[in-house]
Design a protein around this ligand. Structure first.
Ligand code: AKG
Length: 217
């Protein structure tokens, strides 16, 4: 199985791994361009306000469903007036390719049908605290693809937001997939290294696309 992946592929836990260099430079540029378009389609980036009153430092745009702390809805606004931009079919294809490459399981990849994409933009000083992606009712894996600046990605266990965890460097074009026993593991992004992304992507900072299957109808 190791031969299927570039050197440096790293397991983060059962069912969780990083695939460095999953997207080549051209594919990174294409994804960055698409992300800019999708962010515009989604009405731009917003920084969600948490129930504690704090505002997330990450800018976010959603496709398919609108994530809010803590749930999903079909409209951008609470009043139900502004529909969420559709989930692009090409992101479904990218997600299936990611699952196939990460797991080597063609059947699991074919079954993978994400219906929400969360686009996270990390500008200066942005980070994401340790959390669990638990608002989905479907146990399908989370697929996470990044372009732009390098970050430290922190991956823990489902048991606690504290140690033990693994810190791994995630660069532009890297893929992270977590499912199975690690689907509900705590994870976060404690640090982004500003100005480390490849030139010519047409973005500043770091963009992460997280694909999930909500299990909602
Ligand atoms: O930016 C990342 O790599 C992680 C994003 C994330 O954890 C999330 O959207 O829940």
């Amino acid at each position: 199985m190791g031969a299927l992946f570039p050197p440096g592929r790293r397991d983060l836990g059962p069912g969780a791994l990083v695939v460095p260099g999953w997207l080549d430079p051209l594919a990174q540029a294409e994804l960055a361009a698409s992300a800019r378009r999708w962010i515009a389609d989604a009405g731009g980036l917003h920084s969600p306000v948490m129930p504690t009153g704090g505002t997330m430092s990450v800018g976010m745009a959603c496709l398919g469903w609108q994530w809010f702390p803590y749930g999903y809805r079909r409209t951008l606004d609470r009043e139900g007036r502004l529909p969420v931009a559709p989930f692009p079919a090409e992101l479904g294809e990218l997600g299936r390719r990611a699952v196939a490459d990460a797991t080597g399981d063609a059947d699991a990849a074919e079954r993978y049908g994400p219906d929400v994409a969360i686009i996270n933009h990390y500008g200066p000083g942005a980070r994401m605290g340790m959390h669990v992606d638990r608002d989905e009712r479907d146990p399908a894996p989370v697929v996470s693809i990044s372009v732009g600046d390098t970050c430290t990605f922190r991956f823990g266990t489902p048991a606690t937001r504290n140690r033990p965890w693994t810190d791994v460097v995630v660069e532009s074009g890297d893929l992270v997939v977590f499912g199975g026993a690690s689907r509900l593991a705590y994870h976060g992004v404690p640090k982004v290294l500003a100005g480390t992304g490849p030139p010519g992507l047409g973005i500043t900072g770091r963009i992460n696309l997280t694909l999930r299957r909500t299990g909602l109808s």
